[in-house]
Write a protein that binds this ligand. Structure first.
Ligand SMILES: Cc1cc2nc3c(=O)[nH]c(=O)nc-3n(C[C@H](O)[C@H](O)[C@H](O)COP(=O)(O)O)c2cc1C
Length: 202
């Protein structure tokens, strides 16, 4: 089994999603033999945001590519292949300003590639990613799971819908929220998330 584990929190050792995504990844390794893990720390080793030069490689012959276009195209290929090859994907995805961290968005901008992970047809877009299990580990300082809070959720909802666009249907959310609403609430929330991980069919 191939496991792709991504972390995107900028909060290092204070990160809730890093703590919980590690628990998910360890649980998967405990429950299966021969788990081959690829790990990317998107905050420590950020993927460059797409720029005019990087995207320009798509519209120019390879012989005209600059050194940057060559190295970034190679990285994009590597990220797409790694994503396609994974049977299970664990994504540490904090809520920052109602959405996902920019570092995770950079990964998305590389792996959402027409012709590779989706295609446009006369009847609309079609996902090309074979179904795979995705576990999104979400943390929020406040509470966004209620009716009002959901109106400002461009994090979990975005990730689930964007992955669905590529053909991924199995998206599980592990959530710790209210983690900045006092130490007790934080501890309870993390504890409940760990209980939810233990119950996951991984
Ligand atoms: C830059 C930044 C923006 C944040 N924006 C929000 C927000 O919009 N809503 C919210 O509930 N919490 C917000 N928080 C709190 C985080 O969601 C919370 O600290 C959570 O633990 C982040 O996950 P992490 O600890 O893995 O980084 C923000 C935190 C940071 C650092």
């Amino acid at each position: 089994m191939k496991l792709l584990h991504l972390d995107s929190s900028i909060l290092a050792d204070n990160s809730v999603t890093r703590e919980l995504s590690a628990v998910v990844a360890n649980t998967i390794r405990q429950r299966h033999v021969n788990v081959e893990t690829s790990y990317r720390d998107l905050a420590a080793n950020p993927i460059a945001h797409l720029s005019g030069e990087i995207i320009g490689a798509r519209f120019a012959p390879e012989s005209d590519w600059s050194p940057l276009q060559r190295s970034e195209a190679a990285l994009t290929d590597e990220l797409i292949e790694e994503f396609l090859a994974a049977d299970v994907l664990v994504i540490g995805a904090p809520m920052y300003n109602f959405s996902i961290p920019t570092q995770l968005r950079s990964w998305i901008d590389r792996v959402f590639a027409a012709g590779r992970t989706f295609k446009y047809t006369e009847t609309g877009p079609v996902g090309l990613v074979p179904n795979k299990k995705v576990i999104v580990v979400s943390a929020r300082g406040g509470v966004h799971s209620g009716e009002q809070g959901q109106l400002m959720d461009f994090q979990e909802d975005y990730l689930a819908k964007a992955l669905g666009f590529l053909g991924v249907r199995e998206v599980e959310i592990i959530r710790a929220e209210g983690v900045n609403m006092g130490p007790d609430k934080r501890a309870t929330s993390i504890h409940m998330a760990k209980e939810a991980i233990a119950k996951l069919a991984l």
